[in-house]
Design a protein around this ligand. Structure first.
Ligand SMILES: Nc1ncnc2c1ncn2[C@@H]1O[C@H](COP(=O)(O)OP(=O)(O)OP(=O)(O)O)[C@@H](O)[C@H]1O
Ligand SMILES: [Mg+2]
Length: 274
């Protein structure tokens, strides 16, 4: 026992960044789906520039937690705080307005559109046409220029970026486009639900670099992944959920893949096994 288990020593686990106000914090969040207790008193804090890895077995509650932070679900109990202030978010739109952007487990891109169309989906800028605001037209040049800008900032190279719809792109390129959209709008926090699940090794590495670059620029992220190698490569801190409860919360460099697996499977951290 190295003292990192939330099940036994919560104060020690939260200690590393106690001096800074978290960008986002959830406190004692619980969520039931009828008889299923998907989350049970979960508290997590994300600090500026931090990549937080959220891991756990299938059904542990990871996506539910992300959906609560992104306004898709309402918690039954607990509170959400941004910059230390309580937030009430009843829709994903409200979360996005507050700068919380999500890349969902199942990608939400419109295949028929180009990357710039997807980047601005639902938030398309207009410019004045020939007769002023009587004939506002879609500001495609602005959309294209901003898309190129964000892709360059993240070092994402996609052939045919300005001409091809996303269904012609590879899984990795589409994932990169989805992350670029989140980075473009997510001024406060990025939520990524299994961003590398469908990708090959090279594309996964590229997506991880993109996540790291974004967070190094100050915007924190919560990343869900089943791939512990990826988690240890990109994350500063690791939170393990098991059966809806937080069983580990510690710095990545203070734990090991073996220890994290033990918490995921319940051979450590469970009542009577600490
Ligand atoms: N909309 C829903 N209705 C009913 N039950 C749900 C709903 N969403 C999630 N659950 C249940 O809540 C629990 C947690 O699900 P969740 O999707 O958060 O798990 P997860 O950790 O993301 O799993 P995975 O790794 O398989 O994606 C599961 O038992 C799941 O069946
Ligand atoms: Mg999930």
């Amino acid at each position: 026992m190295n003292g990192k288990s939330m099940a036994t020593q919560p104060a020690a686990a939260e200690a590393p960044r106690s001096g800074t106000t978290p960008v986002l914090e959830v406190r004692d969040i619980s969520k039931n789906f009828e008889a299923v207790r998907a989350l049970d008193g979960v508290s997590v804090a994300v600090h500026p520039g931090e990549v937080l890895g959220l891991v756990g077995d299938n059904g542990a509650g990871k996506s539910t937690l992300i959906k609560i932070i992104s306004g898709v679900y309402q918690p039954d109990e607990g509170e959400i705080l941004m910059d230390g202030r309580t937030l009430a978010m009843s829709t994903p739109h409200e979360a996005r307005e507050r700068g919380i952007e999500t890349v969902y487990q199942h990608l939400a891109l419109v295949n028929q559109l180009r990357v710039d169309g997807n980047l601005y989906l639902g938030r398309e800028p207009n410019r004045f046409g020939f007769l002023g605001d009587l004939f506002q037209i879609l500001d495609t040049p602005l959309m294209k220029a901003k898309t190129k800008e964000v892709m360059a900032r993240l070092h994402i190279r996609i052939p045919g970026l300005e001409s091809e719809p996303v269904h012609r792109m590879s899984g990795g390129q589409r994932q990169a486009a989805a992350i670029a959209r989140a980075v473009h709008w997510g001024s406060k926090l990025l939520l990524l639900d299994e961003p590398t699940a469908a990708l090959g090794a090279e594309q996964s590495a590229e997506v991880q670099r993109i996540i790291r670059r974004t967070c190094d620029s100050g915007i924190p992220a919560i990343v869900i992944s089943h791939n512990l190698e990826h988690v240890f490569q990109v994350c500063d801190r690791i939170v393990v959920l098991r059966l809806g409860r937080k069983v580990l919360d510690c710095r990545a460099d203070a734990t090991s893949p073996d220890e994290v697996v033990a918490y995921i499977t319940g051979s450590r951290g469970a009542v009577g096994h600490a």
